[in-house]
Write a protein that binds this ligand. Sequence first.
Ligand code: OSB
Ligand code: MG
Length: 408
Amino acid sequence: MSIVVQHLLHKADRCAIFSRAMQGSSKLLNHRPEARMPAIKLDGVEVRLIRLPLIEPFETSFGKIDSRLIFLLCMKADGLQGWGEVVAAEEPRYSYETVRTAFHVILDFFCPALLTEPIVDLDDLAQRLAPFRGHNMAKAGLELAFVDLLAQLNQQSLSTLIGGELKHVGVGVSLGIQPTVSRLLERVEKYLDLGYQRIKLKIKPGWDLDVVAEVRRRYPDILLSVDANSAYTLDDQDHLKKLDHFNLLMVEQPLQNDDLVDHAKLQKVMKTPICLDESIVSQRHAETALELGSCRIINIKVGRVGGYSQALGIHSLCRSRNIPVWCGGMLESGIGRAHNIALASLNGFTLPGDISASSRYFERDVISPAVTVAADGTVAVPDSHGLGFEVDLGFIERCTETRVYMAR
Ligand code: OSB
Ligand code: MG
């Protein structure tokens, strides 16, 4: 096993993460199920960190960001390159994972577990990462890259490979907290004019009922939802119940990020469907949430749940229980977004996803063509092999702050 680290843009604070020598692969991880098809022997995995400025700052109940440090993964095998993205942020606010924790676990543990022996299928990959607790976003990045490889090897689109049937997916926009209500109303108008099917407003204490009332007054009939990113507790239930006046499609993650029980209590007293985001980190959590009645809708993010293997399971579970699901977003680059589009093409994704046009996030995207939203608020599901978009390597190369290549 060899590793090459390149610091392209030197900064003192970035060096710490490279200071440790690579560990050898663990003997515990060599379990492999019976081969059913030719296994894929990875030549290596490349990690790149690239910084993309956001077109406008994005503010939620946990803070404001004006750029994304995008974590790209490229798996190489059989002369092909499979691309994935780790959606972790720089700070552990939405989740405990960060770009640095993902970098650490991928290079020190996950890659060694995958490079030692050929990978039979997605299940095999998931099984080899399963002994490592948590770090779902890091695991998902590898699953995405692997699924892109599989799709190319099978000469299928990502959507076809995972069983997607929709040719166009409905999309909405997630609008951050704005400096003023009038700024927010401008944003709402802009995205409605562009055709987006649903508007989601980020809320927090002090930016909630009045703001939602104003948007609803201006737009009595639009699909409107709110996302609190865990900014309240059950003590706020009387306040949260007032959201029932606004005919919202859902209220997303009102309570603590790791809670299921209080959400069930809240759902009992609220008419508006609760949608869980942060609280659903695996299929098991989804099963428990449905059992307890913690929500009536689930937002599926491949990153949050650890990749396609869990996301597909949650989708099937929800379909069998008539629970609508939709595809969440993490301000991904086009690579992560291409995977989101594929996921959202599954039949159970009946509500518009947080899948916006590339131009909603970045001046320039890492794929071409850029993702666009049609006037009817849909994004076309590509049918060419793999991601369905060209990866713009020249642009990626120019934006790369750190590149690491780990070879078998
Ligand atoms: O809670 O859905 C969320 C972005 C980063 C972290 C959490 C969330 C979000 C969004 C943005 O709402 C969705 C998008 O990518 O457009
Ligand atoms: Mg959310």
